[in-house]
Design a protein around this ligand. Structure first.
Ligand SMILES: NC(=O)c1ccc[n+]([C@@H]2O[C@H](COP(=O)([O-])OP(=O)(O)OC[C@H]3O[C@@H](n4cnc5c(N)ncnc54)[C@H](OP(=O)(O)O)[C@@H]3O)[C@@H](O)[C@H]2O)c1
Length: 338
């Protein structure tokens, strides 16, 4: 069995996460038992939720235990199989974590999913045609429930979730407005992702000035807002929400390193009779098949061309992850392992 490089969570962050929270180790891969398969990871997915799991505080998911391999989605190839469900050479997606290989109990429901790479590249199953894409789908289709002609907006617009959101919202005939950090990301949002407009929040020093810029991009107000960031961005959007608008609260990345992200005027939720709903995509497995079908078609037909930022080698994972929390990624953040 191959030697396996792994990255463990070594200690918990105090405030901002840092590279020394992680530790690179090597270990022998255990021999397969009946029902198990050996997967070699080609890509590791880096996702903002991992930051929450590094803390040992109350969250919607259990804390990542210290001294264990960091949790994470992986896409790779079956190398050896003692399960009739998988053959060597199968391309698979699972939760293999920050390591080169994983031994997976193939009998466990949902542990490993075979994927077809003839029309969709393997890496996209960790992004647009995977968990982030389904996240965009759930928030847009099941919470915002947009009608053609309505205006929808999303923050972290060029990221893994935001870019899928754009394609899904345009397919539903919505005016689609993005909020992203920097001129390059905003140009890309409009020119490549199909946003009708994109506002660079970094140009604005406070919520009021950002709100004024957003108002120009949303002359009919905002009917649905998909929240990825929180803080100043949410405070800029709230006054623009139309009556009976819907806010899908997907993430609040501006506060993941511990910064406070207060809502300045919560009374706006009442004034505009808003529906504000948080959700976790893994609690809605029933929508995954329909979502993956639509997302796969959008990618295969070129209507969604997701961008990726790819770090090389397992040892690059910690810095790439810290960069994601600072907006240094451009599109889906991955680590390529072979
Ligand atoms: N609820 C769920 O089930 C679920 C599932 C998946 C993801 N999520 C959430 O969805 C959001 C997007 O995830 P993703 O995978 O698509 O990540 P991503 O957008 O690919 O990457 C994160 C982006 O967030 C922005 N960002 C980082 N720090 C920020 C800050 N302090 N203030 C404002 N923006 C900041 C950056 O974009 P800019 O450069 O544009 O600022 C960065 O590129 C995250 O909040 C994540 O936690 C939730």
């Amino acid at each position: 069995m191959p030697l396996n490089q792994q990255i463990l969570l070594d200690n918990r962050p105090i405030g901002e996460a840092v590279a020394s929270n992680f530790k690179l180790v090597s270990s022998e891969t255990p021999a397969l038992k009946d029902g198990q398969v050996l997967v070699r990871h080609h890509f590791l997915s880096l996702d903002p939720y991992m930051r929450g799991r590094m803390n040992d505080t109350r969250n919607y998911a259990a804390a990542q235990p210290l001294g264990q391999v960091m949790i994470g989605g992986t896409a790779g190839e079956v190398m050896e199989s003692r399960s009739p469900k998988f053959q060597p050479g199968d391309k698979v997606v699972g939760m293999g974590g920050w390591q080169q290989y994983s031994v997976v109990d193939a009998e466990q429901p949902g542990a490993l999913r075979k994927v077809d790479t003839t029309q969709v590249p393997l890496s996209h199953y960790l992004g647009a045609v995977g968990m982030p894409g389904v996240t965009a789908y759930y928030g847009l289709v099941k919470i915002i429930e947009p009608k053609a002609g309505q205006t929808v907006a999303v923050s972290a617009a060029t990221g893994a979730v935001g870019s899928a959101f754009a394609a899904l919202a345009k397919a539903r005939g919505c005016r689609t407005v993005g909020i992203a950090g920097g001129p390059d990301k905003c140009q890309y949002a409009v020119n490549e992702l199909g946003f009708d407009a994109c506002i660079d929040y970094k140009l604005y020093k406070d919520a009021a000035s950002l709100s004024a810029a957003l108002k120009e991009a949303c002359p009919n107000g905002i009917d649905g807002y998909f929240e990825n960031v929180g803080g100043m961005v949410l405070n800029a959007v709230l006054p623009l929400m139309n009556d009976f608008g819907r806010i899908a609260v997907c993430g609040m990345i501006a506060g993941y390193d511990g910064e406070p992200t207060p809502i300045t005027h919560p009374a706006l939720i009442l004034r505009s009779r808003l529906k504000v709903q948080g959700f976790i995509v893994s609690e809605h497995m029933e929508v995954w098949p329909e979502a993956l079908k639509e997302l796969g078609t959008l990618v295969a037909t070129g209507k969604l061309r997701p961008r990726e930022t790819i770090a090389q080698g397992l040892q690059a994972a910690p810095e790439a992850f810290l960069g994601l929390l600072k907006g240094r990624n451009f599109g889906k953040q991955l680590v390529k392992l072979i």
